[in-house]
Ligand binder design. Structure first.
Ligand code: GDP
Length: 455
């Protein structure tokens, strides 16, 4: 565990901040963390606080005048969130009084906490790992119930447990290989053990599943970015309109009039889906249309999913539009206008793409597309156990995959035990970056700066 490596450390200074300030009628909390918390509680209460006990308390300023009254709770370091003595003052939510209460805490020896400093101390004292700390920020920022639930699962440690399990598997493999290197006379036999390769394959499968889940987690946190592509008149704007149930896109019978990128963001079950209707991607001599095409290709490079609108007639040609799209891009091929040939709405999975037959005009089969987008966004019953993740985690996992593959190659093709052990060490390091076992101060600074003050 990262926490065990970091051990417990006191940050010296006592910090204080307003942790919540809800509107009129709500409660506000001033939170204090550090060695002086106990003495400050004693001053406010005029007696020693009981641990984890809600004391009713009159909060007074230095002159003895009443600021507010509310609850005072003292948490000794052994069981507190930050791993230091913590004091929580629950007052009426008046922002003015909360500031006076905070000022009082500063007078009593605390300093104003920086953004995310409570979570940072919890991390530094090994109470939570880095992925859990990030989940707190994600929970606060979550824009949907699904995203909030996912963040709670990460906070609870579900994501971290998966990472720790993988690190354990990789460590075992590395120990095995290093043992083989230490006993060279047996090295060949050791390294040729089929179970070693099987274990490597198992770790790779576990890593793949975690990477897929993390990508879904990122989409849950950040929303899904969808690009609609297709030749002029394929029905892209109609599809966009049907999905958005609005008239923002211009629907016209003249090919090539949707020259600019038109953005529309819709919410499906709280997940943001941005649809980008592009200029018909065809080789064009028209300057404006060429610019539209260029922007459409650029849009594809950072999309999560592309909806290619086509017809059975143009399907093979249209597929070429996706030829240079990134391999990780999810592909949904919509065979539109089935109403013209009295076709049936249906779904087929072919290789890496999902094919849907529907009609943007009649709405027939539109539900298939909606559930496809929900699925891609990680927002369907199958993915009920999703956890929140960040692009940083996905990049670390992608690097871990590359190192694990290199270890596999070193072992099976090159029969180079030392190289394999080194690649496994790199895999471990990359995984450790996620939970914070291996992290630079620079990275920590960036992560905690994104928090709000009081968290
Ligand atoms: P875009 O150029 O790809 O954006 O295509 P539009 O959405 O502007 O549609 C071009 C024409 O096809 C319009 O006349 C639409 O009404 C028509 N259209 C779009 N979808 C369908 C469909 O599912 N069935 C039928 N019959 N016509 C459609």
């Amino acid at each position: 565990m990262a926490g065990e490596q970091r051990g417990s450390m006191s940050q010296g200074e006592t910090i204080a901040a307003i942790a919540t300030a809800s509107g009129a009628g709500g409660i506000g909390i001033v939170r204090v963390s550090g060695a002086r918390a106990h003495a400050m509680a004693r001053t406010l209460l005029a007696r020693a606080p009981r641990a984890r006990h809600a004391h009713f308390c009159a909060f007074r300023d230095a002159a003895g005048d009443l600021l507010d009254q509310g609850l005072l709770i003292y948490f000794p370091a052994s069981g507190s969130f930050t791993g230091e003595d913590v004091l929580e003052l629950q007052a009426h939510g008046s922002p003015v009084m909360l500031h006076c209460l905070l000022k009082r805490m500063l007078e009593l020896g605390a300093r104003q906490a920086r953004a995310g400093e409570f979570a940072e101390r919890a991390f530094l004292n090994g109470r939570i790992d880095l992925a859990q700390a990030e989940a707190i920020a994600d929970l606060i920022a979550s824009g949907s119930e699904a995203a909030a639930r996912a963040a709670v699962r990460s906070l609870e440690g579900e994501f971290s447990r998966c990472i720790d399990h993988l690190v354990e598997s990789v460590t075992r493999l590395r120990m095995w290989i290093e043992a083989a290197i230490d006993f060279p006379e047996e090295e060949i036999n050791f390294l040729a053990t089929p179970s070693l390769v099987a274990d490597l394959d198992a770790a790779r499968a576990e890593l793949d599943a975690l990477l897929a889940a993390s990508r879904r987690g990122v989409r849950l946190t950040k929303g899904l970015h969808v690009v609609i592509l297709g030749r002029p008149n394929a029905g892209k704007s109609s599809l966009l309109n049907a999905l958005a149930a609005s008239d923002r896109a211009i629907v016209t019978e003249q090919p090539g009039t949707t020259r600019d990128l038109l953005r529309e963001t819709i919410r499906l079950d709280g997940i943001e889906i941005t649809l980008v209707d592009t200029a018909g991607l065809r080789e064009s001599s028209d300057l404006i249309e060429r610019e539209g095409m260029r922007r459409a290709r650029a849009e594809l490079s950072h999309a999560d999913l592309v909806v290619l609108v086509t017809s059975d007639e143009h399907f093979v040609e249209d597929l070429a539009l996706l030829a240079d799209a990134p391999a990780t891009l999810m592909r949904v091929i919509v065979h539109n206008k089935i109403d013209l040939c009295a076709g049936e709405a249906r779904r087929e999975q072919r290789d890496t793409a999902t094919h849907l037959w529907l009609s943007a005009r009649s709405g027939q089969g539109l539900d298939l597309l909606v559930s496809e987008l929900q699925h891609a966004a990680g927002r369907d019953p199958e993915h009920a156990g999703a956890f929140s993740a960040r692009s940083r985690h996905v990049h670390a996992l992608e690097h871990a995959v590359a190192h694990l593959d290199a270890a596999h190659h070193a072992l099976t093709a090159l029969h180079a035990g030392e190289l394999a052990a080194e690649e496994l060490r790199q895999t471990q390091t990359r995984l450790g970056e996620i939970t914070g076992s291996f992290s630079s101060d620079d990275l920590l600074g960036r992560i905690f700066a994104d928090f709000c003050i009081g968290k």
